[in-house]
Design a protein around this ligand. Structure first.
Ligand code: NAD
Ligand code: WQD
Length: 343
């Protein structure tokens, strides 16, 4: 029997790559996205690559009537929930908007799911819930909650809500996937990350410097307690991440309750290592300047992915050169993202 998955936020960066992987694996996919931070063009590219289209419903996860209608019309068996706001700085300025979308929206979604008899949920959490970890690599049982901004707190709160829900009602099967730093793009160059305005994240910033849209990279601090003084993160290829969602969905078939899995590679790279790896993959120089630390940043953050390997049978397959090559192919083929068409 073909299974139908509701993908909230499926037009966005990670959701669109996961929608593609789901379609390629034979699932029916219904995407619900308000397009507040995405373009419907991403789904056209998904259809082009998959050879068939997901159903697309433009709407908001906070709209209960719409959710009820959607769940009544489509035989949804599980939900992958990517929809949410993700800009850390914006969350500090607009906390209510973040809590309403990320926490309120998720509660609304779960209420609609329960009413429709759908109890399987894969949630996009984040390594940000670990705050500044006492030790690295980070295992799932390390303390969470010491988050430094409303975005991070919204992810922590949703984890708590979903954990409580799974305790209260044994029908729920919930995966809390703590992503490390998703980067890269589909290897075709047709799909990738399309940030609004000036990117906050490192790799989109680097690719926009390389393509000439931005003059230079500001490296936020070189006096951290790391090998070269710049921040160390666990960058993971977006397709490895997408595949992790399918493995989590499969694992939930034999598990009730809420389960946490880190999705990272287990390998940390510094900002300067990222710059050098990008230059090697693209052949383009990336001018940079050492700048003051960015408020709220931490020195080291990388995963221990052992639990996902053991329980999901999943591990990242793509290395740093793949991430760099694919990010660059996407950026150079689509200098203006989805809005500019292909040049
Ligand atoms: P994204 O902004 O590209 O995708 C999110 C999508 O959700 C967008 O298409 C947006 O239009 C949609 N959306 C937002 N609010 C909505 C609402 N109320 N109703 C319907 N649609 C809505 O972001 P992404 O990078 O693909 O992230 C996906 C998820 O993963 C988010 O929940 C994010 O917090 C989480 N996450 C992302 C990262 C990262 O670095 N990209 C890291 C950890 C966790
Ligand atoms: C990576 C490294 C920076 C930009 C953020 C969120 C987190 C998560 C992923 C969703 C750091 C340095 C960056 C630049 C730089 N999102 N840097 N110059 O901060 O690890 O995580 O995105 O859950 O919640 O906080 O990712 O890509 O912003 O930074 O030097 O212009 O690159 O200081 O060391 P981060 P990032």
């Amino acid at each position: 029997m073909t299974r139908t998955i509701l993908v909230t936020g499926g037009a966005g960066y990670i959701g669109s790559h996961t929608t593609l992987v789901l379609l390629q694996a034979g699932f029916q996919v219904v995407v619900l996205d308000s397009l507040c931070n995405a373009s419907a063009e991403s789904l056209k590219r998904v259809a082009q690559l998959a050879g068939r289209e997901p159903v697309f419903v433009q709407g908001d996860i906070r709209d209960r009537a719409l959710l009820d209608q959607l769940l009544a019309h489509h035989p949804v068996q599980a939900v992958m929930h990517f929809a949410g706001l993700k800009a850390v700085g914006e969350s500090v300025a607009q906390p209510l908007r973040y809590y309403e979308n990320n926490v309120g929206g998720t509660i609304n979604l779960c209420q609609a799911m329960a009413a429709a008899g759908v109890f399987t949920l894969v949630f996009s959490s984040s390594a940000t819930v670990y705050g500044d970890p006492a030790t690295v690599p980070i295992t799932e049982d390390q303390p969470v909650g010491q988050t430094t901004n409303p975005y991070g707190r919204s992810k922590f709160m949703v984890e708590q809500v979903l954990g409580d829900l799974a305790v209260a009602d044994a029908r729920w099967r919930v995966a809390l996937l703590r992503y490390f730093n998703p980067v890269g793009a589909h290897e075709s160059g047709l799909m990738g990350e399309d940030p609004n305005g000036i990117p906050n994240n490192l790799l989109p910033y680097i690719t926009q410097v390389a393509v000439g849209k931005l003059p230079e990279l500001a490296v936020f601090g070189n006096d951290y307690p790391t090998p070269d003084g710049t921040g160390v993160r666990d960058y993971i290829h977006v397709l490895d991440l997408a595949e992790g969602h399918l493995c989590a969905l499969k694992a939930l078939q034999t598990r009730t309750g809420a389960h946490v899995w880190n999705l990272g590679t287990g390998q940390g790279y510094s900002v300067l290592e990222m710059v050098r790896a990008f230059e090697a993959a693209s052949g383009r120089p990336v001018p940079y300047r050492i700048s003051p630390r960015r408020s709220g940043d931490i020195a080291n953050c990388y995963a221990d992915p052992t639990k996902a390997r053991k329980e999901l049978g999943w591990g990242a397959q793509r290395g740093l050169p793949d991430m760099m090559r694919d990010a660059w192919r996407w950026q150079s083929m689509n200098p203006n993202g989805y809005s500019g068409g292909r040049n």
